[in-house]
Design a protein around this ligand. Sequence first.
Ligand SMILES: NC(=O)c1ccc[n+]([C@@H]2O[C@H](COP(=O)([O-])OP(=O)(O)OC[C@H]3O[C@@H](n4cnc5c(N)ncnc54)[C@H](OP(=O)(O)O)[C@@H]3O)[C@@H](O)[C@H]2O)c1
Length: 356
Amino acid sequence: MLQVGVNGYGTIGKRVADAIVTQPDMELTGVAKTSPNYEAQIAVERNYPLYAAIPEKKDQFAAAGIEIAGEVEELVEQSDIMVDTTPSGIGAQNKELYEAHDTPALYQGGEDADVAETSFVARANYEEVAESGAEHVRVVSCNTTGLSRLTAPIREEYGIEKVRATLVRRGGDPGQTGRGPINDTIPDPVTIPSHHGPDVNTIFPDLDIDTLGMKVPATLMHTHSINMTLESEADAEEVRELLEDESRLFVLSEYLEIDGAGKLKEFAMDAGRPRGDWWENCIWGESITVEGRDLYLFQAIHQESDVVPENIDAIRAVTGLADYEESVATTNETLGIDGRLGHTDRPDREPQPISR
Ligand SMILES: NC(=O)c1ccc[n+]([C@@H]2O[C@H](COP(=O)([O-])OP(=O)(O)OC[C@H]3O[C@@H](n4cnc5c(N)ncnc54)[C@H](OP(=O)(O)O)[C@@H]3O)[C@@H](O)[C@H]2O)c1
């Protein structure tokens, strides 16, 4: 069993930890954080060994009555690989600690690309990363993951001349009360392109992509407005079928009557998904439109969870635990990514549950 440690137990870290414990080939060594808040309490209730990320703050855990297993350095020592899910910039500072123990590490999209030898999106470059022998790998951000998952099959099937994407981004995660209260709609950044296009180029170096970013007062999900000029003619129905065949793209059928992120989250919660998570890109089927060689669509990206299956696959890619097909199949099965509910309007497919 591969021993996996998680440093940073917040929005992403707690989801990655929960995913690790459901994997048949991994064991969660423990999780580390700096303070004894409600998330620390849940870690203890789930029997996740909890480590103090900052040794000087160890006493705060004792004062709160929360038992810890030790200091983060011990967690690194005992782990075969670390998943760093600390806030942006802290991962780069932690790199020295992982290197000192010769422990491979994954970093998140908030870190600069050069923190790692390579960036990762399973659908785009799993085998390449596995073969490279890279030990420090960055799982790209939620938006870059969403854009890359969509790009990969379309590029393979039609070729892409140019991508133009406008990203309407949530102002903060539900727990980030510090980002509000807010009431505004802002170009963010006002300069073009936003950082997302160059970030997608860490996955597809030669892709011609321009991205524009906006921020709105919402917490649920991001929404992308996509236009891709393809290299060859396409048909909207064929594009839809292509996307429906991708396990991490969930094409929303019209009959579901999902008109926004609110209903999407409600749908996931009704289906019994943990925390109402959407690990897949959610693409509105009726938005898939082709005019000549121009493809248009809308997709919603759940910022808190789409990178979770990617982290699990990246663990296997870096440690050589499995090949691409096997890893994705195992991750999908254990998380419950079999999202075929939106396909009932296709006579050749049986409706299936969207969760375990
Ligand atoms: N949230 C998103 O939408 C999202 C999506 C994709 C990627 N990401 C990326 O994922 C990374 C983590 O983001 P997040 O949203 O999960 O952050 P978060 O919710 O703020 O969680 C960060 C966690 O790291 C802990 N931490 C803080 N300083 C630490 C340190 N020095 N050492 C170890 N742990 C420390 C925090 O613990 P305490 O609370 O105890 O301080 C907290 O548990 C960032 O790179 C971010 O850009 C975020």
